[in-house]
Design a protein around this ligand. Structure first.
Ligand SMILES: Nc1ncnc2c1ncn2[C@@H]1O[C@H](COP(=O)(O)OP(=O)(O)OP(=O)(O)O)[C@@H](O)[C@H]1O
Length: 263
């Protein structure tokens, strides 16, 4: 098997949603996909369709309703939290982190699954942190306090922290929220570069469908009818994006691979 065909994460007949004592809300079912080494994968769909629910299920903060998720051939259910933190890192939009930390200190938190209980960094940990800063081009910011950063700079710091965690998979929930057009493209292009450069599997949710079409190897499209995973060009030729939103206001233009406002 060639390296970039290695399956890192897969789902089989997965159903996601919410269970309470009295009720069960299935948000989406029959979810089947395989994410490979070194791929950038964009997860898209309308508001409320279930993107965050799917990501939260993959990062194990909420249980699967049925079916299963496999990471590196191991069922997610049997992976404990310490082991999972060595295989999968997370970048959330509203991450609960102290902005009083310096950039270096925050990125160094990514080493937490590997350090002793005091969190002492070895020389090897320090090298990994410095390399993560370098990979996202923020070495010059390392002594700044996080509250001094712009949203775009802070997003890069969070990506560097995930890189320092040295996992096969990085999951990001809407990493381009709050960013201007340039920085949205910059962050997604950076993720594309990191997937190729480091061989990590990078899965992100986004409303930037046009950018995702241009930059992703694979996309997971959530619609009311189905969850479809394929290469962007196949999704376009199969008309998947046309069914994403009601057609009264916007429509998908196959020729340009982008959405247009109906006149
Ligand atoms: N804690 C919860 N308990 C019960 N239902 C929930 C909970 N969180 C979300 N939902 C419901 O699950 C469905 C999917 O929500 P989710 O947040 O996953 O959508 P999303 O695609 O991420 O939306 P958006 O693009 O607006 O962020 C929605 O109907 C929502 O109301």
């Amino acid at each position: 098997m060639v390296e970039n065909e290695t399956i890192i994460l897969s789902t089989t007949n997965l159903a996601i949603g919410y269970l309470t004592n009295r009720s069960k809300l299935v948000v989406a079912s029959d979810i089947n996909f395989e994410l490979k080494k070194g791929q950038l994968i964009g997860l898209v769909g309308a508001n409320g369709i279930g993107k965050s629910t799917l990501l939260r299920t993959i990062i194990k903060v909420q249980p699967v309703i049925s079916g299963n998720i496999t990471i590196n051939n191991q069922d997610l259910i049997s992976i404990d939290s310490t082991d999972l933190a060595k295989q999968l890192s997370i970048v959330l939009t509203e991450q609960l982190t102290s902005k009083n930390l310096s950039v270096y200190e925050l990125v160094a938190l990514g080493r937490h699954p590997y350090t002793n209980w005091i969190g002492n960094l070895t020389t090897s940990d320090e090298n990994i942190v410095n390399n993560a800063l370098k990979l996202v081009n923020i070495s010059d910011l390392k002594d700044k306090k996080c509250f001094e950063l712009s949203d775009g700079q802070f997003q890069k710091v969070m990506i560097a922290r995930a890189l320092a965690q040295d996992t096969d998979i990085i999951v990001l929930d809407e990493p381009t929220t709050h960013l201007d057009m340039y920085h949205k493209a910059y962050i997604l292009k950076l993720l594309q570069h990191l997937a190729k450069e480091t061989g990590k599997t990078i899965l992100f949710s986004s409303h930037e469908i046009d950018l995702a079409i241009q930059l992703c190897d694979t996309m997971i499209v959530m619609t009311k009818e189905a969850v479809i995973c394929d290469q962007p060009c196949n999704l376009i030729s199969n008309g998947v994006f046309e069914s994403l939103f009601p057609k009264d206001l916007i429509s998908f233009d196959n020729a340009t691979g982008s959405f247009r406002v109906s006149k």
